[in-house]
Each structure stands twice: as structure tokens, then as C-alpha cells.
Design a protein around this ligand. Structure first.
Ligand code: ADP
Ligand code: MG
Length: 558
């Protein structure tokens, strides 16, 4: 029988497809299952508009059947099927998407659940198979047809037998080569894992046969092997459910199931937006800092789904660096995907979603801060540093966003306080927000420089984190109040009168000169201090860089 040849361009395109579009071979299963799901969807939409078609949701399924012995992998669906013409146009023409046409033709408002649009996914089967056979019977058709191809060489279509409407795809899985193994695509556990990963939220059951041991009837210790059908996917995505139907436990289970972390989430955020951009999202603020969080290995990002199908494991564009601790997923129907459906074509929608998500996270953190101080402090102990980095990074671009979320230990309250709390407590005559840097709270408390400020009854923020002072330098002011290190030259506190100072300065002139000679370049100047109470001497700095900052800068690699 004569083979119909692919057109020359198609041939090249197919080669390209098979070898370069997808980064991972396992994607083929996602593509074929997506097609099967689309095919069942089409039947469903037909039933909505055609009284002759009934749709009984329970009798529709997708089934994956590996056959190791014959190196054959079979995918069965109970969808709308394909006529001879459709096999010809949809599978014989690369980049022809029957699904896209269907969406356009039916103009269904709800049609965006249909996944297909590019008309290339099917060919990903050739990444793992050197022969693909499609047996299909279309809805309302008496005959079934068999489409067969070994890849770039073309395909044949012949009539065949098939009882029920739907499609069966047979893939002859490739033999292992030196560089690549294909055996995994015949392993039950591996197939299950791939289905779970990419197709967990396909709305129809994806079934596989599982051999289980069952006690023999009438016997207690004899067992027999029976084959039972198992549904692999969880089908209904939790993020499409109504918040009111879900319990904290449901979210915690999802967190664990998705391996977002080994801890429990401190807080979940469930977002459903149905405006200019539509998306659903479930986000988590973890309880504990992941062990690699502050290392180079840590990758931020959210899982990105398009109509329930996983597109990207870690979409980093969805999260600003300062919220990199957030885990979770986003599902949107409105994304324009690139052809491999592994990436996005335009980032306009993504940017909108990211912006939206950012403000949701921020307001959620503010709510926790306001209503559950203990929880916020727990969060802050795990991830506060990242927020302070956020203030410092990007030349302080995000300081407005973050200034109300950061906290420092207070000399007065003996706990973490926000800048707002500090400022609201300031006596009227206090000009600055005072801080003191040091390695520990105890050390800071012993600094002679803190004495005068504390004596005045002013609150001091303790900076024990490397980043603290740098972040504050970016912030410069909070509610128009400048920050002032207790070790800076002018503390802006009036003490002794001018005359007294001058007198002391004159009386001790010789002593100071002698001290300066002895210390040489180590100090700029020796002078009377206005700030000492019980300590005889202290070091102060002139200019912006404080002693603590200098230490950090010196310790940094060049
Ligand atoms: P896309 O899914 O992007 O449209 P594919 O290459 O995956 O592209 O599939 C091409 C077309 O083949 C689909 O649009 C659909 O019309 C048809 N098709 C593929 N698989 C099936 C199936 N299992 N049942 C019915 N039609 C299918
Ligand atoms: Mg497809």
C-alpha cells in the first residue's frame, strides 16, 4: 500500500520537533494525556449543544497500559475520536490543531479548558517510540481507522475494527541506546510518577492496572494475584475548589503532597482572581527556613499550570527575591505558551499575575503582623533576613513595599518591634531613630555609646544582623525620621552647655594632644565627649560608615 508522504517542510519540522523542542522525553505522556482529555472534553461540549449526544461523566476515562514484554505502551481514551479525515488533517499535518479549530468553531465561553492549541504535542510520542499506531472511531461514525507511522517517513491510514467511540494509541517504545534509556517508560511506577507530576489535575480519571494480592476466597493464608484498576490522578485541583469547602488540613496535605517542604506551612493563601487576568493560586509561607535557603543552591519559584496541566516546576518570575521563601502554585487559562508548552511566549500576563501575587503576599503578612504577633515573629525569625535584604537590594527600590514588614529588637520592649511602633513611641523632642550595632544584644547593651541615648529615655534598635545597617542606610528615613547610629559623632542630643564644653576642651588640651600623638593614624581626633556617663571613653565615627559596617566591609571578599 502506498504511503502518503509528509511534505518536505513537514519532514524537517518533525525532525526538529522530535529532537529539539522538548527538554525532557517524559513530556510525551503529558501531551498524549492532554489530547485524550481534550477529546473527552469535546464530547462533553458536544453533549451540551446536541441533544442526541449524552454525556455521563462516570463512563469516561483515560487508561495507560504498559506491556514490557512487547515494549508496547498503550494509551486509551473514551473521547470523541477521529474520522478518517481528521486523522489525516490533525495527525498528518504538523502544526494543525484540531483542538484550536474546535475552540474557535464552538465559540464556547467555557472552552478554555481545552488544552491543545499548537498541533505538535502528538508528535512528541516519537521521542520515545519508533512506531506509533492510532486506532480511532469518531462519534457518530460507523467505521474505525488505523493511522500508522514510523516518524519522518510518512503515515498510512487503513480501515480497522473498533467497537467503541474513542482513540487508542500504541507506541512501540525505543530500544535503549548508549546515551539514552527508554525502559523507564514501560515501568509502572515511573509512569505513575509522570502522570502524578504533570497530569494530576486532569479532570477525567487516568487509570492503570495494578496487580494486588488478595486473600483467596474461603482461605485465610492463601493469596492470589488480581488485577485491579487504579485511578492515578487526583482530578479535582484543590485550587479550583471553594475556599469554604476546604480545611486547614486540606491545605497542609496539599503542601506535603507537593513536597513544598517537610515542615507544616505557617500560613496558606488561596487566591482566585477573575478579572482582566484570571488565575487561581495557592501559596504557602513555610514555618521553617529550608536548609538551603540562604545558599546559592536555593531556587525560588512557583509551580505554573495552564488549565490544570503543569508547565513549569519553578517559575521564578512569579516571585520577587524578597518573597523567595513563598511556595505554591499558580494556574491560569490566560497564558500564552510557547510551542513546547514548557515556557511562556509573552510575559505580560505573567507580570500581571506576579504583581497581583506580590501584593497578596504583602497584605497577608501585614494581616498576620496585626492579628497574630506570635506567628509573625515566628515567620520573621525564619525569613526576616530576606526582607531586610529586599530593602537593601535593587538600590532600595522596594523599600516602600517592605519597610512596614521589617522588625528589630528594641532596648525598651526587649522584643522585636516594627519601625512604626518605634516612631509612634518617640517623645516629641526626639529627632532620630537610634540604633546600635553589635554581635549580640548583651554586647550592645555594654556599649558606652548607648548610655546617653538610653539615659534620655530614648528607645534603641539593636542591629545584630550583618544586613541591618546596610538596609537602614537604603531606607534613610522612616516617616521622615532619620536613622542615627549611637556611635555617630553628633547624636542630636543637647546636654551640657556650650561654655562648659569649651572649658573642658581647653583644660584637657595637652592631654588630648598627647593621646593623639600616641594613637597616631588610628584615630582622627581626640576630644571631649558629650555622651559619656559612667564610661571613661568611647569610639565614635565621622561620616556614613560606622565601625560595624566597616568590619563587615573588611570581611567581604574583594
Ligand atoms: P494540539 O493538542 O496542540 O492541538 P496535537 O499534536 O497534540 O496538537 O494534536 C493534534 C490534533 O489531533 C488535536 O488538536 C486533535 O484534534 C487531534 N487529536 C490528537 N489526539 C487525539 C485523541 N486522543 N482524540 C481525538 N483527537 C485527537
Ligand atoms: Mg495536544
Amino acid at each position: 500500500m502506498a504511503k502518503t508522504e509528509f511534505k518536505a517542510e513537514s519532514k524537517r519540522l518533525l525532525e526538529m520537533m522530535i529532537n529539539s523542542i522538548y527538554t525532557q522525553k517524559e513530556i510525551f505522556l503529558r501531551e498524549l494525556i492532554s489530547n485524550a482529555s481534550d477529546a473527552i472534553d469535546k464530547l462533553y461540549y458536544k453533549a451540551l449543544t446536541d441533544d442526541n449526544v449524552t454525556f455521563d461523566k462516570d463512563s469516561y476515562f483515560i487508561k495507560v497500559v504498559p506491556d514490557k514484554e512487547n515494549r508496547m505502551l498503550k494509551i486509551i481514551d473514551t473521547g470523541i475520536g477521529m474520522t478518517k479525515e481528521e486523522l489525516e488533517t490533525n495527525l498528518g499535518t504538523i502544526a494543525k490543531s484540531g483542538s484550536l479549530s474546535f475552540k474557535k468553531e464552538t465559540e464556547l465561553k467555557d472552552g478554555h479548558d481545552i488544552i491543545g492549541q499548537f498541533g505538535v504535542g502528538f508528535y512528541s510520542a516519537f521521542m520515545v517510540a519508533d512506531e506509533v499506531t492510532v486506532v480511532s472511531k469518531a462519534l457518530g461514525s460507523e467505521e474505525a481507522y488505523k493511522w500508522e507511522s514510523e516518524g519522518a517517513e510518512g503515515y498510512t491510514i487503513v480501515p480497522c475494527e473498533k467497537d467503541s467511540v474513542g482513540t487508542e494509541i500504541f507506541m512501540k517504545i525505543k530500544e535503549n541506546t548508549e546515551d539514552d534509556t527508554y525502559d523507564e517508560f514501560l515501568e509502572e511506577y515511573r509512569l505513575k510518577a509522570i502522570i502524578k507530576k504533570y497530569s494530576d489535575f486532569i479532570r477525567y480519571p487516568i487509570k492503570m492496572d495494578a496487580a494486588i494480592k488478595r486473600p483467596k476466597e474461603g482461605s485465610e493464608n492463601e493469596f492470589e494475584d488480581v488485577i485491579e484498576e487504579e485511578t492515578i490522578n487526583s482530578m479535582v485541583p484543590i485550587w479550583r475548589k471553594n475556599k469554604s469547602e476546604l480545611t486547614t488540613e486540606d491545605y497542609e496535605n496539599f503542601y506535603a503532597e507537593k513536597h513544598y517542604g517537610f515542615d507544616k506551612p505557617l500560613k496558606h493563601i488561596h487566591i482566585s482572581v477573575d478579572g482582566t487576568i484570571r488565575y487561581n493560586s495557592i501559596l504557602f509561607i513555610p514555618e521553617k527556613t529550608p536548609f538551603d535557603f540562604y545558599s546559592k543552591e536555593f531556587e525560588k519559584g512557583l509551580e505554573l499550570y495552564s488549565s490544570g496541566v503543569l508547565i513549569m516546576d519553578k517559575c521564578s518570575d512569579l516571585l520577587p527575591d524578597y518573597f523567595s521563601f513563598v511556595k505554591g502554585m499558580v494556574d491560569s487559562e490566560d497564558l500564552s505558551l510557547n510551542i513546547s508548552r514548557e515556557m511562556l511566549q509573552h510575559d505580560r500576563q505573567l507580570k500581571l499575575i506576579a504583581k497581583n501575587i506580590k501584593s497578596k503576599i504583602k497584605s497577608q503578612l501585614q494581616t498576620i503582623l496585626k492579628n497574630d504577633r506570635e506567628k509573625y515573629e515566628q515567620f520573621y525569625n525564619s525569613f526576616g533576613r530576606q526582607l531586610k535584604f529586599g530593602v537593601y537590594n535593587d538600590f532600595g527600590m522596594n523599600k516602600e513595599e517592605l519597610q512596614d514588614l521589617i522588625m528589630f529588637y528594641s532596648s525598651m520592649e526587649k522584643k522585636l518591634v516594627t519601625l512604626d511602633e518605634y516612631v509612634s513611641r518617640m517623645p516629641e523632642e526626639q529627632k532620630y531613630i537610634y540604633y546600635a550595632s553589635g554581635e549580640t544584644h548583651q554586647r550592645i547593651e555594654r556599649l558606652p555609646q548607648t548610655e546617653l541615648v538610653a539615659d534620655k529615655g530614648y528607645e534603641i534598635l539593636y542591629f545584630t544582623d550583618d544586613i541591618d545597617e546596610f538596609a537602614i542606610k537604603m531606607l534613610m528615613t522612616y516617616k521622615e525620621k532619620e536613622f542615627k547610629s549611637v556611635s555617630s559623632g553628633d547624636l542630636g542630643i543637647d546636654t551640657e552647655d556650650q561654655q562648659n564644653d569649651e572649658q573642658q576642651e581647653n583644660e584637657n588640651k595637652e592631654l588630648f594632644e598627647e593621646m593623639k600623638t600616641v594613637l597616631g593614624d588610628k584615630v582622627k581626633e581626640v576630644k571631649v565627649s558629650k555622651r559619656l556617663k559612667t564610661h571613661p571613653v568611647c569610639l565614635t565615627t565621622v561620616g556614613e560608615v560606622t565601625i560595624e559596617m566597616e568590619k563587615i566591609l573588611k570581611a567581604m571578599p574583594d
